[in-house]
Write a protein that binds this ligand. Sequence first.
Ligand code: ADP
Ligand code: MG
Length: 596
Amino acid sequence: MSSIRILSDRVANQIAAGEVIERPAAVVKELVENSLDAGATRIEVEFRTGGRAYIRVEDNGAGMDRNDAQLALERHATSKIAEAADLDRLSTFGFRGEALPSIASVSRFELQTRTAASEVGTEIAVNGGRLLHVRDCGRPVGTRIVVAQLFNSVPARRKFLKSDATESAHIIHCVRLYALACPQAAFTLIEDERPIFRSPQCTSTAERVAEIFGRQIAESLLVVDLEEAGLRLRGLVGRPGVGRATRHEMITFVNQRPVDSRTLSYALIESYHEAIPKGRYPLAFLFLDLDPAAVDVNVHPAKREVRFRNEVQVRALVIRAVLESLREFSRVAMVAPVGAPPGDRLAAIPAAPAAGAAPESRIAAPFPAFRPALPRGSGAPDGPVISSRDPAPAPVPGPDSAPRSPAGWRYLGVAHGAYVLFETEAGVVLLDRRAAHERIWFERLREQFAAGLVGTQRLLLPVPVELDAIASALLLDRLAFLGDHGWEVVEFGRHFFRVEGVPEWMDPADAEPFLRDLLGAWRDGRLATKDLDLARDELARLAAARAVRMPEGAGEAAMLALAAQLFACRQPLTSPAGRPTCLELSHGELARRFQK
Ligand code: ADP
Ligand code: MG
């Protein structure tokens, strides 16, 4: 083995770059943070091809003189802290003095900067960590940094980059975070010569949210503001009932720094326990301010994670503050309902033809859930129903432990409105109503999708939907796919869309939230339309989860019909999400449990 050596700065920088600069968005993050630290009130970010080819960040901050500019490219050169204890008083985004040298070591890097005290600016060019030149340049006060050919010299890293669209989504998200964190600065973001957003200086977070996420979202938010024992939580959260399928819109900041904090997100999710259905995520833009000494930001190289000295206190504050806003809203809403009343889903949907109508009508309105509810106790079927024309459910062979065809099952009752108990030849079966319904819907929808038979209900009042830049790009790409599956969505302005028709199975009131869910799934890559079958499965899964509404009435006939329909499915034993639909306790199992 060779002897120990100190690494050259160039190599050390490239290694550090591996930690700090994992992708183009990380470059943007570091540069924007530097601009904000330099007191900029105007920041412009431009990038091309997901940031690989070109990133430019330009600000009107304090700038650097020649000496500082050269120092800034040295390892561990920072103007922000002098000793470790300063970390506890940190009021800037940066402090490690690693970003600029790291970025310059893995790109073609050009810095132009000028302070107010100097007539001329300084330009420094570096390629892959090697200095190319330092010279005078003309420029306004402030700093402009261009990072080109990122990772060209580090092929291993290049390989880890995702598609341009993904890298671009990360950059957009990143700039948005800082725009939210600092509404007092004007932000411009340009991708491939197309402006993604231009937000002037704003006086409030609410204004900024409206600027970059759209007025529609901004108007559905509640103000949170609570201060307690030196901690302050402020920001905006979604109204009760406003949930998202993904965590993308749960955005948290600690002392202005965008962070991922388990403590904060769990507390937030918990606060919405009763306000949105399980498995959905709240919408939130929350800012926690506390003594810098009470939080450790130096846990992760990219500083995205933080640790609180007093997790319990932070958690309690979040829950209290959010619950207070939610309750206050509900109190006010009780007096004067805001938005659409939680109307009866059935009332909003045209009644399907009565039994006995011409057979074609079954294609137009195949989902019996649309039938007006019959009075309780009339034996009205519960949700999907087998009409007299439906073929008798074929017995489904299953593994030995699985319950078989429901022929001959005896209905015993329903527990908690959710579980149906049957006596069977082999023992007893417990059926989860919701899971069963989801399975039935899922298979019907999938069949319809495959057969191209999805009808559209035209909406009398089109539903306007305003999206952010990423979501609207996704949607534009997929209008045809949606069109093939019962949607009529038209673009009618930048980031504005109008839903003019929805699939027949859908409650029009669900149009907007469902569309947002779909976009969330697309963003997560769960609905890649490249593989049509998979995309349809996912669409059917999301749709089934949404479509199921369980009528309260649960008579014997309805429950037997439900079981029969479930077992007519191809995969009756699990819900589309993979949860069991039913449990069987065999005679043997019962005897064992009772120790007979
Ligand atoms: P850090 O931000 O951790 O100090 P960086 O490598 O990001 O380290 O930057 C090094 C130094 O360069 C900063 O401390 C700051 O003094 C200076 N600097 C970087 N970017 C700018 C900018 N946009 N305007 C003014 N000064 C800057
Ligand atoms: Mg920095």
